[in-house]
Design a protein around this ligand. Structure first.
Ligand SMILES: C[S@@+](CC[C@H](N)C(=O)[O-])C[C@H]1O[C@@H](n2cnc3c(N)ncnc32)[C@H](O)[C@@H]1O
Length: 280
């Protein structure tokens, strides 16, 4: 199949979106046209990191692309003693771009699949922006469990994801308003359609509720949505082995919702922490 234009300097094959050298070179302009509030989310994650990053902390960025996030985090925490920042990305050209861009001595980028990361030393703070959406459900589950095990008590995972609406009628609304956003950024209707075609079978978004369930099932005892713009969401998940369910929520477990009744085995523990509507 032939390549189609998805931005001024980026082309892609339908059903085969890749973070190749062409995308890596123009990534920072393209991501701002594609992800609403990209810079605001980076700003928010930096201020949120103050609650988890201390002297000696280890910070990972999974799907680090050109290193924007670790550049900001390393600058913000420059006064911390012996903090280490590790970025991982599957795309070699992204790692090369990141190494050229980020000059902090305590930041390193590795060319690695996030599914193979050892989290050694264990993490205090892990960020992963717009990356888990490219994994299958089984891969996400495996990775989130590994992240939880590879994190110190009280450590946090900050995720940002493209999401689906819980209700099908809102999915249409979110998507149409997202296309309007892309038009305002200067992308043409044809480029927007070609990008959507290239992401077929590659991008696997979950709903906000499904993301929360998955994080809870992976061992994160406190999960909160800190950002939402239509079909884009940010989650903060904290590992805390001493967590007890609040009394009020325990009673809810005796009143399963229809979603709970249809849930596959294993989702039970999660849904006990949530209200009858399925929302936290
Ligand atoms: C949308 S970009 C992420 C943007 C970046 N986090 C930021 O905020 O600027 C997704 C990145 O994840 C990387 N990626 C996708 N699947 C991956 C995997 N299994 N392991 C490592 N990196 C992966 C891609 O190469 C790409 O650089």
């Amino acid at each position: 199949m032939s390549r189609e234009s998805v931005d001024d300097t980026i082309s892609a094959v339908p059903g085969a979106w890749r973070f190749d050298a062409e995308v890596s070179r123009s990534f920072e302009a393209h991501v701002r046209k594609s992800v609403p509030f990209y810079d605001e989310l980076q700003r928010m994650l930096v201020e949120l990191s103050d609650y988890y990053v201390r002297d000696q902390s280890v910070i990972y960025d999974l799907g680090s692309s050109t290193g924007v996030t670790l550049d900001l985090l390393a600058a913000h925490h420059a006064a911390k003693e012996n903090a280490q920042f590790i970025g991982a990305d599957l795309s070699e050209s992204m790692v090369t771009e990141a190494q050229a861009r980020v000059k902090w001595p305590n930041v390193r980028f590795i060319h690695k699949n996030v599914l193979d990361i050892e989290f050694n030393p264990p993490a205090n703070f892990i960020v992963s922006l717009y990356t888990l959406q490219f994994l299958t459900l089984a891969e996400r589950r495996r990775l989130l469990k590994r992240i939880n095990v590879g994190m110190v008590e009280g450590g946090a995972l900050l995720l940002a994801e493209k999401t689906r609406a819980e209700n099908a009628c809102f999915e249409d609304v979110w998507l149409e308003l997202y296309w309007d956003f892309k038009r305002r950024q200067g992308l043409t209707p044809e480029q927007i359609l070609c990008k959507a075609n290239s992401l077929r079978g590659v991008l696997n978004p979950l709903s906000t509720g499904e993301n929360i369930d998955l994080l809870s099932q992976s061992g994160f005892s406190r999960v909160e949505v800190f950002f939402q713009w239509y079909n884009w969401s940010g989650f903060l998940a904290v590992k805390n082995g001493c967590y007890r369910q609040p009394r009020g929520n325990r009673a809810v477990a005796t009143l399963p919702s229809r979603r709970q009744e249809n849930a596959p085995a294993g989702g039970e523990a999660t849904r006990r922490t949530r209200g009858p509507s399925g929302r936290a």
